[in-house]
Design a protein around this ligand. Structure first.
Ligand code: GLN
Ligand code: ZN
Length: 769
């Protein structure tokens, strides 16, 4: 590399942008293509139009260098698998026959070939398709998509920087292909993969790329010395290539840590680091490593994954410090803007006084451009913007929406004892046994029953005014009555009301808690064509009135069996929302917990004896680095206990989690002190039951025996066999019988058949005891 890459003035850039378009045009086009209603050419044209719009918008907002290659029909990690030729054998034929259809086959599966597994992209709510690799994997470069998208941006006259998933992160995200030994380490393929990256870099250089960005977010996790060796090897080799573009290695979501000095010693030309609070240590680490003299530093000072406006003065101070640490400092968002909605301008229903505190992708882009101008031309050049920003921040800090003294006072007054049940588990268990009178191996479900077309129609009718809220309530009551009567007929022991009134397990509560904000168009990609609209934890949280008591007591009035009250726990409420950036997460969790505690207490007073507080997200928000985990688990479990410990000993508290792996949080599960926990376990053949037993978990547990992710109906025999496996780990007095998760995504026919089999299996195994 020559100095041409390092002496230029400050530039502004972002690493990626939401793909969907203002009206989710991409979702519509892709799904239309799957249904045969949109041709491949039309799909390509829609996609190209969306890319063009994005680049124009970025450039008009003042972004000097636009990203390319971040666009995806489905997922950028899947795109990377295609780029390096890592197509699983079972999909090769489909890909050869038609690359686009083959691509979607890998993403979604076909009749004969399972899709790639999907998992969470670090600690975000985006899911990627896991590369499948083995010792026989043969990589082959396919740079067509990257080159084509670079060409498109260049044709618009823009300075563009292709963005690739870096080779080390790609391998660290991969898993052994089916049939390959489970202990196979994909990172051992690095030397085979690097020539493919070299070829792609050469192709991009030939197409005019001055810089290429290689994303290595896996390096913000704790890495072994062997991993760091791989980093050094990869970037020494790629950096040593003749005629190549400038190499910018990007990291985000946390501090780069040990990988920072390792990368700094390689001949790369620039580093992109996250300088938001989550990764504040990068500043000291960079200084300690001697900075990046003569090289490019891209400073992610605008948070790319929350929705709050930036604090300009704070960012400018950071940028000023960084100036002394690198040859050139550019301004960017901390990560791709994939994780935030598109534009606050679409939110006409949000109070303008609140809207000014919010920044979605478009607003963040403008922030980056402004900060870059301030850095390049001096803060006087952006004096007006700084003044306006200060006023917006003050408006937020001083607003009664943000700050509710009563909520703060209540949270401050919480003492350790408030988060403890009045009696130890053994005493509670005896009281609950007497109170509930359940059989051995009691049967229950996780909460939701199938969301039928009628229910969706009722919601739509309410929205459009075709029915009023009394008419809507009537339809919900009818559904609850049917679900209760169905469960009684089927012989389930602890019933649920079925959650027909809930559009979403977080949104339902967010709409009923003060301090929460809903967006109308704030869609964020969860995976593929699935988008979610996370609510915003905007200010101090309180519960103006009961949220679930009416529906739950109505359900209870229809039956003599216990009906389980159903709430979403504090950690999950945070995990699936945009969180505040002006107070620690633990403080927000505590406020949510206190609001839920009121609901739990009200359910008990209304005669509900079993209350489930779902925490499916407990494991997913585990900090990326081990050092942050104890503190997280401490406030997370405290919040759960705070929400559930106000009840009598004979009220039974359940919780629920659905993950394949719980091994590393068994202690935290224990610390929740719930009386009963239901967990996903069917696919892993009750592995979690053994993990709980090995830990000495003393309470009741229901490892799932029915995989609700598939329409398949498990037979009585196999369900009974899973139960017997469960009994090897958990004694019969403490084993529950339930599905893996809620049934809302299932249809009624398979739900009916499966639950009948589940009850029959429980009876069969009870008779053997
Ligand atoms: N109670 C919720 C339901 O049954 C739980 C959903 C979940 O764990 N994701 O739908
Ligand atoms: Zn679940």
């Amino acid at each position: 590399m020559t100095t041409e890459h390092t002496t230029a003035a400050t530039r502004s850039t972002v690493y990626g942008y939401p793909r969907q378009g203002q009206n989710r045009e991409l979702k519509k086009a892709v799904e239309g293509y799957w249904k045969g209603r949109v041709t491949a050419d039309a799909l390509r044209a829609t996609a190209a139009g969306l890319r063009r719009d994005t680049w124009r918008q970025l450039s008009e907002a003042g972004i000097d260098e636009v990203p390319t290659g971040d666009f995806s029909y489905y997922d950028h990690v899947l795109d990377t698998s295609v780029m390096v030729g890592a197509v699983p054998d079972r999909h090769r034929e489909a890909v050869a026959a038609d690359p686009l259809d083959g691509y979607f086959a890998m993403a979604r599966g076909t009749q004969d070939a399972a899709p790639l597994e999907m998992t969470k992209w670090f600690d975000t709510n985006y899911h990627y398709l896991v590369p499948e690799l083995g010792p026989d994997t043969v990589f082959a470069a396919n740079s067509a998509k990257q080159v084509a998208e670079l060409d498109e941006a260049v044709a618009l006259g823009l300075t563009a920087r292709p963005v690739l998933v870096g080779p080390v992160t790609y391998l660290l995200l991969a898993k052994p292909a089916p049939g390959v030994a489970a202990d196979f380490e994909p990172l051992t393929l690095l030397d085979r993969l690097l020539p493919v990256y070299a070829e792609v870099l050469a192709d991009l250089r030939a197409a005019g790329a001055e810089w290429v960005q290689l994303d290595e977010p896996a390096l913000v996790q704790d890495r072994t010395p062997a991993d760091l060796d791989a980093v050094a090897r990869a970037y020494t080799q790629l950096g040593g290539l003749a005629d190549r573009p400038g190499l910018l290695v990007a990291s985000y979501f946390d501090r780069l840590g040990d990988a920072l000095p390792v990368l700094a010693r390689t001949p790369i030309d620039g580093l992109a680091l996250d300088f938001t609070d989550a990764a504040a240590a990068n500043l000291d680490d960079l200084a300690a490593a001697g900075g990046l003299p003569g090289r490019r530093l891209v400073a992610g000072v605008v948070d790319g994954r929350n929705i709050w406006i930036n604090d300009y003065e704070k960012s400018l101070a950071t940028l000023a410090t960084l100036l002394g640490l690198a040859g050139r400092v550019d301004v960017a968002t901390s990560c791709s803007l994939l994780h935030v909605p598109l534009d606050t301008a679409a939110e006409e229903e949000i109070d303008p006084e609140i809207l000014r505190w919010l920044a979605f992708a478009r607003q963040k882009t403008a922030e980056v451009a402004t900060l870059a101008r301030g850095l390049a031309e001096g803060t006087d050049a952006i004096a007006d913007e700084i003044a306006a920003n200060r006023a917006d921040l003050t408006s937020r800090a001083d607003s009664p929406v943000t700050y509710d003294p009563a909520v703060q006072a209540r949270a401050d007054a919480v003492r350790d004892a408030d988060g403890r049940r009045s009696q130890p588990y053994e005493v509670r268990a005896a009281a609950q046994r007497a109170h509930l009178g359940l059989p051995l191996l009691p049967t229950t479900t996780i909460g939701s029953f199938p969301q039928t077309d009628e229910l969706r129609a009722a919601r739509a009718d309410l929205r459009t005014g075709r029915i009023d809220s009394a008419g809507y309530d009537e339809r919900i009551r009818k559904e609850i009555a049917e679900v209760i009567s169905y469960q009684e007929r089927t012989g389930i022991d602890v019933l649920v009301h079925g959650e027909p009134e809930r559009n979403d397990m977080v949104q339902y509560f967010a709409e009923r808690l003060s301090g929460y904000l809903a967006t109308r168009h704030g869609w964020v990609q969860s995976y593929g064509t699935r988008y979610v609209r996370p609510p915003v934890l905007a200010g101090d949280i309180s519960r103006p009135e009961p949220m679930t008591v009416g529906w739950t007591t109505y359900a209870q009035s229809l039956t003599d069996r216990p009906v389980k009250g159903m709430l979403t726990g504090p950690v999950t409420m945070l995990a699936w929302s945009f969180v505040r950036d002006d107070q620690p997460l633990g403080d927000t969790a505590r406020q949510v917990a206190l609001a839920l505690r009121d609901e739990v207490d009200d359910l008990e007073s209304a005669g509900i004896s079993v209350i489930q507080v779902d925490e499916p997200a407990l494991r997913e928000t585990l900090p990326l680095r081990a050092a942050g985990r104890p503190a997280y688990l401490a406030w997370a479990t405290e919040a759960f206990r705070l929400s559930t410990s106000g009840v009598r000993p004979d009220t039974q508290i359940h919780t629920h989690m659905c993950y394949a792996e719980f091994g590393d949080i068994v202690q935290a599960i224990d610390d929740l002190d719930a009386d009963v926990i239901s967990l996903e376990a069917a696919r892993s053949h009750m592995q979690v039951a053994h993990e709980l037993a090995d830990h000495g978990y003393p309470r009741e547990a229901g490892p799932g025996v029915y995989d609700i992710h598939s329409p398949r109906v498990p037979s009585v025999r196999e369900t009974a066999s899973l139960l017997r496996t469960g009994l090897e780990a958990i004694p019969s007095e403490r084993l529950w019988v339930n599905p893996d998760c809620g049934l809302k995504t299932r249809g009624w026919p398979e739900t009916r058949a499966s639950l009948e089999n589940l009850v029959a299996a429980a009876r069969t195994v009870r008779d053997e005891l």
